[in-house]
Design a protein around this ligand. Structure first.
Ligand SMILES: [Zn+2]
Length: 507
């Protein structure tokens, strides 16, 4: 299997982590766990984007210097991911010395090749977005994101000859339609490429902004924040000596608001720098609340650790992965989260586990009995084999909601199997005790496979389920363990505790 290199965006350090950041990071953590379990070399990078106008402004508003500010915010991101149990292999900061040197090296190289030139520019600039807008991109003359009028600015700056790579970019997308997924976003980019993309202004005069990386060929300017930030995807590997091994397998996770920098600026920058393209750009939609974009600028903030405290991290993860079709927008609501928690988690999975383990305790003092497969047992095993195949196919396509649906179909099957085989009725007849033991053995296997399959999505639940089944972590990691091989006769399971206590619907 080829290695996998996954990146989240490096998050802009102008405020604390919110729902949008958390969703992308949960997806990265899920992919990391999923592919590690399948034996694939996996490397995940996240980080913070720490230069630019907005950060200088946020620091000034907080009465501190920019470095103190970004140290604080960057630490808040790392602390949040740690507390939320979200794992990664490297955390990159754009103020790190290695990253700064790497960016300056690439700039000097592209400049020496003649793809960066000095020129004057007059345009409409949005300070909130830190970029120039073309007239046709504005909505009623206003920035579409900030709904404020852009300021007309004329100044001399450095430009990257992005337009010179337009045809090569169009040809790349043509030859590799899988480069941008879901396909709707590829089409959006193809449409953008029908008009000239022009050149990209990549400097900001220090008279206006000093908080950035100085251009190596002109100290009066700092680097445009995107030209700095995007390079972190390579600099993080470069610093660890992993560039040759991993860069060709890069897959970027982003939200749709940063499609253009990732689908147009970034591949042309890579071409100019003589680096291979990334492998895939996977684009997700927005979490909406009150029909508005989830961001601090419109005041809708969901704090991940508050959600964890209220519902448990796994319930929060489950809701986010189950209710958003990757690529499309979704509506965030705590009532919907609670409905998933009480329904799918407490009733579907939690109830199955507690019924099985309670019967195991009361009939056999927790000891697993020998198997004696009957057709209904084979059908149960088959339901979980199908779920595994479906989960693998769906995760490869970023369809996490479908993967969870597939697992929950198998859990439904298991709950029906309990009803139809009725071990609680058979147990009244001492002669049927061996059959009761065999049924519970099949159900313990169903729970064991559930723990394995659910681990990338709900890691805490997987551990708790394994503990209840009396299984060590290694047994959980071995996905190829045959059905029936996990529980030698007499293996001890544990008395059940509720995996997901039900929660009252929020007012
Ligand atoms: Zn704006």
């Amino acid at each position: 299997m080829e290695p996998l290199y996954v990146t989240t965006p490096i998050y802009y350090a102008n405020g604390e982590p919110h729902l949008g950041h958390t969703y992308t990071t949960i997806v990265a953590d899920t992919l990391r766990r999923f592919w590690c379990a399948r034996g694939r070399r996996t490397f995940v990078v996240t980080g913070t984007d720490e230069h630019g106008d907005k950060i200088a402004q946020a620091a000034a508003a907080a009465g501190v210097d920019p470095k103190t500010w970004v140290d604080r915010i960057s630490a808040a991101f790392r602390d949040t991911w740690r507390a939320a149990g979200l794992e990664y292999d490297a955390f990159v900061r754009t103020t790190d010395a290695h990253h700064v040197a790497f960016v300056r090296g690439v700039l000097a190289d592209i400049h020496a090749k003649g793809d960066i030139y000095f020129g004057s520019y007059r345009g409409l600039y949005c300070y909130g977005c830190e970029r120039f807008y073309q007239e046709r991109e504005l909505v009623d003359g206003l920035c579409p994101d900030h709904r404020t009028a852009p300021t007309e600015i004329a100044e001399e700056n450095y430009f990257f000859r992005m337009g010179a790579y337009q045809e090569r970019l169009a040809a790349l997308l043509d030859a590799h339609p899988e480069l941008i997924t879901p396909d709707g976003y590829r089409k959006e980019v193809v449409a953008l490429l029908r008009d000239p993309i022009g050149d990209l202004c990549i400097s900001r005069p220090k008279s206006r902004l000093t908080w950035g990386i100085s251009l190596p060929f002109d100290d009066r300017y700092v680097t445009y924040v995107w030209f700095d930030a995007l390079l972190s995807y390579v600099s993080a590997l470069d610093e660890r000596g992993l560039r040759a091994e991993l860069w060709p397998h890069a897959e970027h996770l982003i939200a749709k608001d940063i499609l253009k920098p990732h689908a147009i600026y970034w591949p042309t920058m890579l071409m100019a720098a003589g680096l291979p393209s990334y492998r895939r750009l996977a684009v997700h939609g927005y979490w909406q609340m009150d029909a508005g974009k989830m961001s601090k600028s419109v005041g809708n903030v969901v704090r991940p650790l508050e959600m964890k405290a209220r519902y448990g991290m796994d319930a929060f993860r489950y809701y986010l992965l189950r209710d958003m079709a990757f690529g499309q927008d979704a509506e965030f609501s705590e009532a919907a989260l609670v409905a998933r928690l009480n329904g799918d988690l407490a009733n579907g999975l939690g109830n199955l586990a507690s019924r099985v383990l309670r019967m195991q305790q009361s009939y056999f003092a927790g000891a697993v009995q020998p198997r004696a497969p009957e057709p209904a047992d084979e059908a149960l095993r088959e339901a979980f084999a199908v779920a595994r195949t479906e989960i693998d196919a769906h995760v490869a396509e970023f369809a996490f909601h479908r993967a969870l649906e597939a697992l929950w179909r198998a859990l439904d099957h298991a709950n029906k199997y309990v009803t139809t085989t009725a071990p609680f009725t058979l147990a009244k007849d001492p002669a049927r005790r061996p059959r009761v033991g065999a049924i519970l053995h099949e159900l313990c296997e169903a729970l064991r496979v559930t723990a394995q399959l659910v681990e990338p999505f709900l890691p805490e639940t997987a551990c708790r389920l394994a503990d209840l089944l009396g299984l060590p972590a290694e047994r959980l990691a071995d996905l190829d363990l045959a059905w029936g091989a996990a529980f030698p006769a007499g293996h001890a399971t544990v008395a059940p505790v509720a995996l997901f206590p039900r929660v009252e619907t929020p007012a």
